[in-house]
Ligand binder design. Sequence first.
Ligand code: GDP
Length: 444
Amino acid sequence: MFDSLTDRLGGILDRLKRRGALTEADVNEAMREVRRALIEADVALDVVRSFTDKVRTRAVGAEVIKSVTPGQMVVKIVNDELVAMLGSDAKPIDLDAAPPVPVLMVGLQGSGKTTSTAKIAKRLTERGNRKVLMASLDTRRPAAMEQLAMLGTQVGVATLPIVAGQSAVQIARRAMEAARLGGYDVVMLDTAGRVTLDEALMAEVAEVKAATKPHEVLLVADSLTGQDAVNTAKAFDERVGLTGIVLTRADGDGRGGAALSMRAVTGKPIKLLGTGEKMDALEDFDPRRVAGRILGMGDVVSLVEKAVENIDAEKAMAAADRMRKGQFDLDDLRMQLDQMEKLGGLGGLMGMLPGVGKMKNQLAASGMNDGVLKRQKAIIDSMTKKERRNPKLLDGSRRKRIASGSGTKVEDVNRLMKMHRQMADMMKAMGAPGAKRGPMAGLA
Ligand code: GDP
């Protein structure tokens, strides 16, 4: 599905990667080409624009890392933004509810709804070890009901016996009842499709949804229809509410636009990809893996990731070194506050230490909480580079300016400065505690 996009992006990024130095103009030129490639892949215009803007901003502002080229850095940024555009984390089907868990399958006729229903049921049965019941709610097309029954036999999943003359809601209720009695874990409800979107279809789906309260409402959409698939998803989501998308015919020669725009336009995650007519042609949609497949530059991405890790380690070493010499400045304090936040804020940090429950309460009582952490960082961010390096510069008028810049009070700034001075003194006195004891050494 992404073949031609992969070729295009590969060419652009390869050229960039080989350059020793990059100017802003080089980045802009490359982004123009990326933009064209994405538009040709049928990605929604707004999504393309926001993507290239983000990459450009990050690429221009990126820190230069010694061990990688600027071009490699840009590849990593493109990769990261691609992952973000695709939805960041994989979102598998969620069945975490009291059984029988209803899963509603919706979509246009011919999108691959019935096929996907059976594929998912097969997978849940075989890999998830669940007892699954399938039911077709397509009252207008007996052939559709028979198709599901046939697929059920083929994959070894039970289907609800067909009773003529019932409405979709009646069938859905009967399926839930049968599942309860039969001890089923999951009920897959395959709703009727139409050739085009119409209100009667939506109303029926909404009615079934209200009657069964499904845990998942999955739209099945055909990736070959490009932006139409995205628009269908938007319409269904607005009218009945979706929890995710199953994108079919990913094995076809679609240009990838539906897959790339779906999350950004609808806010709903693609959960699964249909990759063929066979019953096990179903793949989890993992944004990282898909981005990797599109760019085909996994080696560059991991190279840059390693380099960034090294830089962080080098920075920490340099900070520890300065602390040993009593040169603990406000940039160092900022880094410590950052680390504290990464460790889950004060609560998380304290939770890791044995026997500090009491201390945590004391801290809370003294007003030291995660809000304070954020405010302290805002205060430091409102200082100039010079001020951060040399806190002695901070006279009354500078403190006033910093307080108003960070939306805090002068007392807050004073308190932070006092804390910094105490930490710096303590570190000097103790030799090298900053390196050995980590971020809490000065505070605790
Ligand atoms: P429904 O009308 O939405 O229920 O569509 P069906 O499930 O009947 O599927 C229509 C056709 O598309 C069938 O021939 C399926 O085998 C085929 N199909 C479904 N999913 C895929 C897929 O992921 N890849 C390919 N190549 N064909 C698919």
